[in-house]
Design a protein around this ligand. Structure first.
Ligand code: IPE
Ligand code: IPE
Ligand code: MG
Length: 263
C-alpha cells in the first residue's frame, strides 16, 4: 500500500510506541529483569513486520530514555549489550525487508562500540523505502526540544536567521524526527498511562492507546486490533489531521529516508 493510500484508508502513517513492562514480565516468571528486556527485544520484530506489511510509513520505538541512565549500573550495562547484540542480529533481516533504520537521541552518551554499530546500520539501510524504523535511544522529549532551541539560538547569534523568523515549522525542522509525518497513533504497553518524556512535541494531536499488556506479550494480533480500532475513528482523524503541519506525502518510491537532524 502506498503512503498516501495508508493515510486515506485510516491506517496510521506513523506509529509511536513506548515498549514498557519488560522487567515486570520477567519478575512475574521469577526471572531476572534482564531476561524480560531480552524477551522485549525479540518482540520488536512482530510489530516492525506487522507495521511494514500493512503499509505504515514510519514506526518509532522507545528503547531507552534519558532518565533510564539513572537505573542501576548493572541494568544499564546489560541493556547496552543487548542493543549491540540486537543490531547484530536484526539488521540483515531489516535490510532484506526494505526497512530504513534511524536512531534518535543523545547518541554521544553511548559507548563507542554501540555508536559504531548504529552508524553502520543507518548507512546500510539508508536507501530503503518501505518503512522507516526510528529507534529512540538515550532519547528525551525535553532534550530534543532544548537541542532544537540551542541550534536555532546559534543560528540567530551567527546572523543566519532573525529571531522573528522562528515559527513552529522551523522549530519542528530542528527536532530529531524532522521530515517524518507526525505520529497518528501512540501505543504504550505495560499499564502506565504517561508519556515518560517521549515525543513531547510530536504527540500534541496523536491518538493515545494505553494497554496493560506487557511489551514481550504484545503481538501481531493486538497490533491488528489496535490498527483496526484506529481505522474506525474517522472523526478523531479529521480533527487531528486539520492540525497537521505535514501534508500526506507522495508515493513511497519518491520519498527519501528522512535525515535525522544533527545525526
Ligand atoms: C521498558 O521496560 C524498557 C526500558 C526502559 C529499557 P522496563 O524496564 O521499564 O520494564 P518495567 O516497566 O520495569 O516492567
Ligand atoms: C519509558 O519506560 C521508557 C522506555 C520504554 C524506554 P519507563 O519504564 O522508563 O518509564 P517510567 O519510569 O515508568 O515513567
Ligand atoms: Mg517501565
Amino acid at each position: 500500500m502506498s503512503q498516501a493510500a495508508a493515510g486515506a484508508s485510516g491506517l496510521p502513517r506513523h506509529v509511536a510506541v513506548i515498549m514498557d513492562g519488560n522487567g515486570r514480565w520477567a519478575q512475574r516468571r521469577a526471572l531476572p529483569r534482564h531476561l524480560g528486556h531480552r524477551a522485549g527485544a525479540k518482540a520488536v520484530r512482530a510489530t516492525v513486520e506487522g507495521c511494514a506489511r500493512r503499509g505504515v510509513e514510519a514506526l518509532t520505538i522507545f528503547a531507552f530514555s534519558s532518565e533510564n541512565w539513572q537505573r542501576p549500573p548493572d541494568e544499564v550495562t546489560r541493556l547496552m549489550e543487548l542493543f549491540v547484540e540486537s543490531i547484530d542480529r536484526e539488521v540483515d533481516e531489516l535490510h532484506r525487508n526494505g526497512i530504513c533504520v534511524r536512531f534518535i537521541g543523545d547518541l554521544s552518551r553511548l559507548r563507542a562500540e554501540l555508536g559504531a554499530k548504529i552508524a553502520a546500520a543507518e548507512a546500510r539501510t539508508a536507501a530503503n523505502r518501505r518503512m522507516t524504523l526510528f529507534i529512540a535511544v538515550s532519547y528525551g522529549g525535553r532534550w530534543d526540544i532544548v537541542e532544537a532551541a540551542r541550534r536555532l539560538a546559534a543560528r540567530v547569534v551567527a546572523g543566519e536567521i532573525k529571531a522573528e523568523a522562528i515559527d513552529e515549522a522551523l522549530f519542528a525542522d530542528q527536532l530529531q524526527l524532522a521530515g517524518a509525518p507526525e505520529p497518528d497513533l501512540f501505543i504504550r504497553t505495560g499499564g502506565e498511562q504517561r508519556i515518560s518524556n517521549f515525543l513531547l512535541w510530536h504527540l500534541a494531536y496523536t491518538e493515545p492507546y494505553f494497554c496493560d499488556t506487557l511489551w514481550p506479550d504484545f503481538d501481531d494480533a493486538e497490533l491488528e486490533r489496535r490498527l483496526g480500532e484506529h481505522r474506525r475513528e474517522p472523526v478523531a482523524q479529521v480533527v487531528s489531521r486539520s492540525h497537521r503541519r505535514v501534508a500526506p506525502g507522495p508515493d513511497p518510491g519518491a520519498q527519501p529516508c528522512p535525515a535525522v537532524v544533527g545525526g
